[in-house]
Ligand binder design. Structure first.
Ligand code: RIB
Ligand code: CA
Length: 316
């Protein structure tokens, strides 16, 4: 299990929310989460930051500060995905205004402050990379201090899920993705190639429901509505990907995944292929091979871990 200090950067969104539920579970050996920073993506920033605070409050982890960051990509207008996540960005959850306050500090300033004062920080982005790229632009000195970036984003052998060539997070802010992937920070990247191998099927949802605890009562409706049906119908699969949960699963059980060491670059200028992640799988370029590209997953082990983490909420 990961013991280094963590910053989760997200755009909740159901799969971000489930990833956080797994990460924040009341374990005897909790992950060292220093901040949850939020960017616009699945929906607008105001709703993403509220959703993040809702999830942290529902997880009863109000010890973790939540910061709002960038409300639009570096250079392009914001594209959102309410058709997938619902008008509030969290279909299936009863929306409320959390008591947990939003931190006054901007997420980018918080990322810079933490990276300058804490050693061995891991950043775990599961949305567009705008906050991370902005922090690196504003404080290049922190780039060498970040130990690893564990990213949900990109696609190689799978087609894009928002355009034929691009995965959503990379598509929304391709300039930010291009800049982050061009840094020498070691990256672990969970693209659609592997998130589409860890589908949560209706029988899985029933097993989660059978846990019958405080959190699964919240989780099951999230996986029983539009979000669960959207990808299953779009890709003709029996189940839906919980993309972002692969990052938390990796932090807890890296052995669940297999990787290939590659260099990755992101298309930012072409309108047709904006956000395409060019994964140098056969090492044909001179790009630094600073990315662990996830190629395989133990799907049963992934689901068992999800059950294990959600079962911890029986304590609450
Ligand atoms: O393409 C899937 C990714 O885009 C996930 O992170 C989902 O939450 C959306 O942000
Ligand atoms: Ca996300």
């Amino acid at each position: 299990m990961e013991t280094r200090p963590l910053i989760f950067d997200c755009d909740p969104g159901q799969d971000d929310a489930i990833s956080l539920m797994m990460a924040l579970a009341p374990s005897d050996t909790p992950l060292d989460i220093r901040a949850i920073t939020v960017t616009a993506g699945n929906t607008v920033l105001d709703k993403c930051q509220r959703n993040a605070r809702m999830i942290v409050e529902l997880c009863k982890r109000t010890d973790i500060p939540v910061y709002a960051g960038c409300d639009a990509p570096l250079e392009l207008p914001l594209a959102t995905a309410e058709e997938v996540h619902g008008s509030e960005g969290l279909d299936g959850v009863e929306i409320f205004e959390p008591a947990l306050p939003l931190q006054a500090e901007h997420a980018v300033d918080a990322i810079i402050r933490i990276c300058r004062t804490v050693d061995n920080v891991l950043i775990v982005p599961t949305g567009p990379l705008t906050n991370i790229a902005t922090a690196f632009r504003r404080a290049p000195d922190i780039i060498s201090r970040v130990r690893e970036i564990v990213i949900m984003g990109g696609a190689r052998s799978e087609a894009g899920n928002i355009t034929p060539s691009a995965e959503f997070n990379a598509y929304v802010d391709p300039h930010a993705a291009a800049e982050v992937f061009a840094t020498s920070v070691p990256k672990t990247v969970f693209g659609l190639d592997v998130t589409h191998k860890t589908l949560i099927r209706p029988d899985h949802v029933k097993k989660l429901g059978d846990l019958n605890n405080y959190m699964t009562d919240i989780l099951v409706p999230m996986l029983s509505g539009g979000y669960a049906e959207f990808d299953a119908q779009k890709f003709g699969t029996n189940g839906t990907p919980i993309h972002d949960a692969c990052t938390t699963a990796y932090l807890l059980r890296p052995d669940l995944f297999t990787f290939r060491q590659v260099g990755i670059r992101v298309e930012a200028e072409s309108e047709l292929t904006r956000g395409c992640t060019s994964v140098d799988y056969w090492h044909g370029t001179d790009w630094d091979r600073d990315c662990q590209w996830a190629v395989g997953a133990d799907a049963d082990g992934f689901f068992d871990l999800m059950v294990e983490r959600l079962a911890l909420y029986a304590k609450l």
